[in-house]
Ligand binder design. Structure first.
Ligand SMILES: [Zn+2]
Length: 320
């Protein structure tokens, strides 16, 4: 039975994370040599619009996928001679070990090697589009991508600056110089459908594609409850006072390691006062506006892509 009534993309990871195996000295030894061991390969971002190859410290990376867009699992032995910057243990799939490895280079460098098998490097959104909605593999990708990008950007100890080492099969980095342990981070973001009566509020950020609107959102700050972050963000962006916050669902969002906390934020009164430094525009809409937008008969695009939790929030409201 699902743990949540709302199934978001990038949740639903089916692996047993098997924490107890992370300290097993054979996790990168005998476990990896098993016949049923598999590894998912990621590589840095490919060619950028400005013509520059960007690798390493980017929030984007590509995943080796098969012809239908699912993970193209490889035998660890097949990847032994590839340059790999980081390998982590993901967990067990029905007892079989699963790993993720970041290739040392951009996806373009390795594409030819896998082309004959019909495999292709895709970004996470491309995978979500191809798989058509929530899918167990997207949960695995959220784990693999966030973890590998954390290692790529946390090579050095934040306390003393020495190079740290991967520990606990990837779930820790240890600085031997000052004996500090570093753990992977998750950054919470609140995303809220503001509601009043039969209307909902959608906004658009500066620089968004023309006519696109979505739910308001913002990072939760240290020392804030989820509800306080929602109220603060709504007040900052549109000047409305939230009277009630209702939790709906969460979504792991691996760009690079965010947890989207989806809620409805109810307001009773007040006029919109948009802060142009925060957002470009915000409008009240009704359910017919969303239905018209789905038929492409509305001047604005009010339905975010199906892999975004904003889609779950807006469509959940329309269908309630
Ligand atoms: Zn240190």
């Amino acid at each position: 039975m699902p743990l949540s009534a709302i199934q978001t993309c990038f949740s639903g990871n089916p692996l047993d994370r098997a924490d107890y195996l992370r300290t097993d000295p054979e996790i990168f030894g005998d476990w990896m040599k098993r016949d049923d061991a598999r590894v998912v390969l990621l590589a840095g971002e490919s060619l950028q619009p400005d013509g520059q190859i960007r690798v390493g410290l980017s929030t984007e990376s590509r995943i080796l996928t098969d012809a239908v867009g699912d993970i193209a699992w490889q035998r660890p032995s097949k990847t032994r001679f590839l340059p790999v910057s980081t390998t982590i243990f993901l967990g067990l799939d029905d007892g079989a070990p699963r790993y993720a490895a970041m290739l040392d280079g951009s996806a373009d460098d390795f594409s030819d090697m896998f082309e004959a098998d019909g495999c292709k490097f895709r970004d996470g959104r491309g995978m979500a589009f191809k798989l058509g909605g929530p899918h167990p593999s997207l949960g695995i990708i959220a784990q693999a991508k966030s973890m590998l990008l954390w290692h790529e950007s946390h090579r050095f100890c934040a306390k003393c600056g020495s190079e740290s080492k991967l520990a606990k099969a990837g779930y820790e980095r240890k600085c031997e110089a000052c004996d500090t342990h570093h753990f992977p981070r998750t950054d919470p973001v609140v995303i809220m459908l503001v509601r009043r009566g039969d209307k909902a509020l959608v906004g658009r950020g500066n620089g968004w594609p023309e006519g696109h609107y979505s739910a308001l959102a913002g990072f939760l700050e240290p020392g804030e409850s989820m509800e306080e972050a929602v109220a603060r963000e709504v007040f900052e962006e549109v000047g409305l006072k939230v009277s009630n916050v209702v939790y709906k669902a969460t979504q792991p969002w691996p760009w690079p390691s965010t947890l989207m906390i989806g809620v409805e934020a109810w307001v009773d009164e007040g006029d919109l006062t948009i802060d142009p430094k925060e957002i470009e525009d915000a409008i009240w809409i009704n359910k017919d506006d969303v239905r018209a937008s789905m038929r492409e008969e509305h001047q604005y695009r009010l339905v975010p892509p199906p892999f975004a939790i904003a889609n779950n929030l807006i469509m959940g409201w329309v269908e309630e």
